[in-house]
Design a protein around this ligand. Sequence first.
Ligand SMILES: *Cc1c(COP(=O)(O)O)cnc(C)c1O
Length: 472
Amino acid sequence: MSRTFSAQFLKLLPSVHELSEALEIKEAEKRNKLPFKYTRKLIRDKIELFRTQIIAGVTTAESKEEMSNLVIQAVLPEMEAVRYRLKPVVNATGTVLHTNLGRARLSREAARHVSEAALSYSSLEYDISTGKRGSRMSLLEELLTEVTGTEAALVVNNNAAAVYFVLSALAKNQEVIVSRGELVEIGGSFRVSSIMEESGARLIETGTTNKTRAADYINALTEETSMAMKVHTSNFAVVGFTENVNSSQLKRELNAHGREDVIVYDDLGSGSLYPFSSDNIGDEPIVGKVVKNGADLVSFSGDKLLGGPQAGIIAGKKSLIDKLKKHQLARVLRLDKLTIAALEATLFEYLYGENPKQNIPAVRDITKTQGEVKEWTEECTASITLDRTILTPEPSISKVGGGTMPLAELPTYGFYVDREGMQAAAVEKFLRTRKKPVIGRVFDGRFYMDMRTLEKEDWDAAAEALKELDEL
Ligand SMILES: *Cc1c(COP(=O)(O)O)cnc(C)c1O
């Protein structure tokens, strides 16, 4: 019974060709400069969706014309949306290194260098001075050793890969001592113990969750020990009665016990190159200091506090880095040229730039004072006139994010958005689904936009979205 019923409606479905010729579709295609094939794909997907809905008995239509119109109305909004799934968004959450929103943004110069490397052939593996084959690994090494103060360095795809690489290449089938207080999980997917297991290194736990002393490491030593690993507890803090050994103390103790052979490896996580603590923000160690103080190897992310592209930087003793360079995994985990370009420009800015604090967005946004954000907020709210929407400036707290400096609170400024006759959840959804989505926070039952991470273009897009909200 229902089968014949739905079959009759199925006959009303238009063909892809018919719809792609419809006037409204043609106009939208032209306006949004969409390729013909892409329009057809959107239409095909919607027809399929309607087909399943008809079979499920959800959709009915009286005529072929009515059915066509239903499909057209469903296709049109998708033609208006940006065609890519990876969309730029406005980050008004107040979390600077928002993991879900892509962590660090690149500097303009880094983006320019990426585009240059993308559009042109490059000296990726070509030595221009000799005309012979060059090495991509050597492109960044000088900048890295200079900026970290180490003998040698190497970069892989991300810091999780760096940790895996170091353990696998230097400690496979051997023992690695880690404090129980540092067996962390970061971002729900990076778990030290699991990576260790995958790498083939044997995890030897020592100490307790809140206290681990140098003697605990010494007691855990055996003939099989190849490494003592420190892991920065990036995304949580143990407070109260705690004790911890830094890598320099650890190196000294190991030497004092005749174990110079044991590699001290410090997974720094965020690896800042800017001294945030001098702006009274957190107590994140500067990479260069950790190395100078005794770690044989360190690793850290490129897109956390450093403010560059996703990458895992490994720096330290030349003999160890040389071993890594020769390992097969160096090839497996190697960087692509776009990342190399982005990292090169970012490191260059730290070393020789006019003003890394201003020019590297992550550093600039983290170090902005509340007064600066307040001034910017007021400038923005004064520039827009709304009828049924009220923007109420209000101080708040921003976070660094990216699993770094969990306790650091950055006093900030922004505003509540109250739209007549609309709940906060509806406002949130409306702004989130604009052409350039605006992502904020709902608290105290109101939608709030933190202005710390908005640049001029971000505000222009947000202002447009707010006007649309107002005129809804
Ligand atoms: C973030 C983090 C990682 C993982 O780094 P990715 O660059 O995200 O792969 C590893 N270790 C620590 C301590 C971290 O904080």
